[in-house]
Design a protein around this ligand. Sequence first.
Ligand code: 7RM
Length: 651
Amino acid sequence: MADHAADAIENVLHESRVFPPPADFAARANVRSLDEYEQMWQRAKDDPEGFWGELAAKLDWFQPFEKVLSGGFPDVKWFEGGKLNACYNCVDRHLSTWRKNKAAIIWEGEPGDSRVLRYQDLHREVCKFANVLKELGVGKGDRVTIYMPMIPELAIAVLACARIGAVHSVVFGGFSADAVAERNNDAQSKLIITADAGWRRGKEVPLKDAVDESLEKSPTVEKVIVVERTGRDVQMVQDRDYWWHELMEHASAECEPEVMDAEDPLFILYTSGSTGHPKGVLHTTAGYLLGTMMTSYWVFDLKDDDTYWCTADIGWITGHSYIVYGPLANGATTLMYEGAPNWPHEGRFWEIVEKYRVNIFYTAPTAIRAFIKWGEEWPERYDLSSLRLLGTVGEPINPEAWMWYHRVIGKERCPIVDTWWQTETGAIMISPLPGVTPTKPGSCTRPLPGVVPDVVSKEGTSLPANAGGYLVIRQPWPSMLRTLYGDHERFVKTYFSEVPGMYFAGDGARRDEDGYFWIMGRVDDVLNVSGHRLSTMEIESALVSHPAVAEAAVVGFPHEIKGEGICCFVVLKEGEGGDELRQQLKEHVRKQIGAIATPDQIRFAVALPKTRSGKIMRRLLRDIAAGREQVGDTTTLEDYSVLAKLRESSE
Ligand code: 7RM
């Protein structure tokens, strides 16, 4: 953590609009009243074992657990002694109900091809593939890397691993061969599942070629399974590489689920760390499943007749928790889309909403800002009247983007759930309940039942209302990570040593007088301008509220007088920008926030460097603002050309 990230972060954003849940939504919501929510929350805080122990009955157990919670931070165990299987809970248990013929996965390919898998179909495919894995020597506890496009086989592969107790490590399909190799090696993966290629913006992403390259540096990987997706010509190595469809042809559709311990590992998911060496976040079986199942039910208000669409990639935790495990554990219909939001046109998402009559739509602020830039005419062309609930995740959503989402997509009748959580938390932690919580644009509102967050100083003292500080979680929750794979010491140090006795999330936040949380971004992104600690996110929000601006990223750079100066990278909705607009924007920020936040530099850019999950890589922008050559890790960057263009952007 940067040492200037000391005690208080000044809060300069003023937002006073409040949107109560629509009455008709509240009337049939899964959680209906503020009272009900508050009682649940208090009960979970005072008696977590009673609260979670009762909810755990919603899972199917092969053997009941003996103890709900054992130990405390950092080493906790949930549901010790219990035996279950995550795949069984997501698939098999629905087959004995009317849901056997319900759509589990509705899939849309980028070129417009489509498939629907009913729960029975999913069960058959998963069982067959589980047998294929066993046949190739994969067993309980073995690690399997999954490097695939967003096709149904990806979800099938994930569930098949869970079925046989293999630990999946999904590597996002946009990563490089080196990134795959590094993750193979860290996890000591035995097998890798991939495809010949995937479709992205009409072009093939050559996944198998990348796997071949990664294997030169991944000695533990013995076998490769390849799905034929695009028909691209790939090299198949004898006795190492196998076609998915050939293996499946003769596989049996009968496969007993492995009996797993509540605390057996379910998966590893790598997330970037400050050292450049990625962290292998490890989640276990029962707590993760219960957390994702309950939060899907509470936050997305899942009903049996809903078509639910989370636009994330399964290579990201949002896809694990809210495309696969959470929705399927609830017996929901989950939609999966392979491609880009702007291919073959900027209305692609809205076309899909219309085509499948999507009811619940969950996306990221970065996508919403792109929709704003592309113009209202795109969503206006389609019938979005099926939508009843909207969600966001991944970054703070600036009030401007929130209002646009509310007006243009939600037609002012859909509640918006701004969900704060992390790869490490496994499930949503702070979020409105759509039938209960009045929302304020830009705030993720209040903690879910079982989550006890606080805003504290470096010493761990609670801060008063509206003071900015560190976001922490004070009590264990079932879906929390259990370790960083192979590096327990780093786990303890990263999450439990910054603020003694609490889980340190790495985000700055404040809590307002109503107990609402406002996330101010990563604490490493806080600026110290002449002794004032400013959140970059608030300056970005001010910039984006100017009509010419589509997107902005703010970073500090060394400044002789002020300590840190304010450098703003600005993407315009249209046109190039010039000195006049530069002056206007400086004035605009000054008026919105105050003289202390007046930008020193405004740099116009055509795009910002981002991870594929949409997070702005401010670390890289800091290097550029300071005139440094790139030193940091860029393996998670979506589009390398963005960096070259930014270097050229002048002050
Ligand atoms: C789910 C996910 C985690 C980081 C987290 C925050 C930021 C996520 C929100 C948010 C403000 C939100 N997992 N973040 N959601 N900030 N409001 N609703 O994103 O591990 O990839 O990232 O993302 O900084 O610490 S993640």
